[in-house]
Design a protein around this ligand. Structure first.
Ligand code: NAP
Length: 330
């Protein structure tokens, strides 16, 4: 059994706790919050043995095999360093950090301490995504020529919501754009040539953005993300022998379809989640721990860094920075 602790008691922490509870090889034994009340309430709800009223106390628990970090983007850097300094393996929520420098520092410390560290980029571990990568690698659509991937979710403005708060690492790019960009870089790799624009909201973070990536061999990709409209949010990968569509909300979609050049369906696959979809990242982290790996072969550090570098470039073009790119005070 792998003994897990969760750091933070927000929305995704609850979803993750449900996945841990349903996963046979996992034991959720500790929760850490900034307040005793929240830690206690979370522990009672999920039947967790230990509730810590500070993140530091949680990280000092030597019985934990791994800690899952579920705080806002702007906190990941300091929370991850805290865990690593106390000798804990870490699974840290996306987007891993505010920028590539922070991410590099986190990876370097993990390496120095000889600990496992992985970004919780769950999309890459879902069976749907795995199948799509396999189709592409097997040449089922020929040479990939164009990728279109969007993630636009209407979110009513709320100044207190971390999504709109610059001090929480808010904005559409880091919250949502990270998925289409991860998809594109997974299939096409990095490129020097990007064109991007963003709509910066009144709080100084992007409320929508678009990014076009072009490659020396002529292939290209287009992504968008934002809070202003409700999109269909699928992904289309087009090659010179066919195309692949990953269904609505492509990053968590259960369905992918392979088409030929005439638009005929060649294969249609549906992979309903076994628990709630987060079980795959749990199992990958546990596999790595069992095999003594310090980074996942499916979500290697370098892949996370490549996406971070691209997001840094986009924000630079928009003139968007986070306040000191430091921790919020709330
Ligand atoms: N993989 C996914 O599908 C997915 C989905 C949603 C979110 N996420 C990621 O998960 C992370 C958390 O998202 P969420 O939606 O769960 O956020 P949330 O509901 O706002 O929860 C964040 C938690 O972090 C803790 N926290 C520490 N410092 C904080 C601060 N200054 N302001 C607010 N909260 C603070 C709080 O827990 P305590 O009060 O207990 O300390 C809070 O409950 C983000 O990085 C997000 O990108 C991933």
């Amino acid at each position: 059994m792998t003994r897990w602790g969760i750091l933070g008691t927000g929305k995704i922490a609850r979803t993750f706790a449900e996945a841990l509870k349903g996963n046979e090889s996992s034991q959720l034994i500790a929760i850490g919050s900034r307040t005793a009340e929240k830690a206690q309430a979370f522990a009672e709800e999920f039947g967790i043995e230990r509730a810590y009223s500070s993140y530091e106390e949680l990280t000092k628990d030597d019985s934990l095999d791994i800690i899952y970090i579920a705080t806002p983007m702007s906190c990941h850097h300091k929370d991850a360093l805290l865990c690593l300094e106390h000798g804990r393996n870490v699974l840290c929520e996306k987007t891993l950090a505010l920028n590539a420098d922070q991410a590099q520092e986190m990876f370097s410390l993990a390496k120095e301490k000889d600990l496992f560290f992985m970004e919780a980029m769950w999309m890459k571990l879902r069976p749907t995504f795995m199948k799509v990568k396999q189709w592409v690698q097997d040449g089922r659509i020929g040479k990939v020529q164009f990728i279109k991937a969007d993630f636009n979710n209407y979110v009513p403005y709320d100044a207190k919501d971390r999504l709109f708060r610059a001090d929480c690492g808010g904005g559409a790019l880091l919250d949502m754009g990270v998925y289409p960009l991860t998809l594109v870089l997974s299939l096409l790799g990095e490129t020097e040539d990007i064109f991007t624009r963003a709509h910066i909201g009144k709080d100084g973070v992007d409320i929508s953005n678009t990014i076009i990536l072009t490659y020396p061999d002529g292939c290209y990709a287009s992504t968008s993300s934002g809070f202003e409209v409700q999109g269909r949010n699928n992904a289309v990968i087009s090659g010179d022998k066919g195309s692949i569509v990953i269904g609505d909300f492509f990053f968590c979609s259960a369905e992918c379809t392979l088409y030929d050049m005439e638009g005929n369906t060649i294969e249609d696959r549906v992979f309903p989640p076994e628990i709630n979809g987060y079980e795959y990242e749990i199992r990958e982290a546990e596999r790595c721990l069992a095999e003594g790996l310090k980074e996942s072969t499916i979500i290697p550090h370098e892949d996370t860094l490549a996406v971070m570098r691209l997001m840094d470039r986009c924000r630079k073009e928009w003139g968007m920075t986070f306040p000191d790119e430091q921790t919020p005070t709330e």
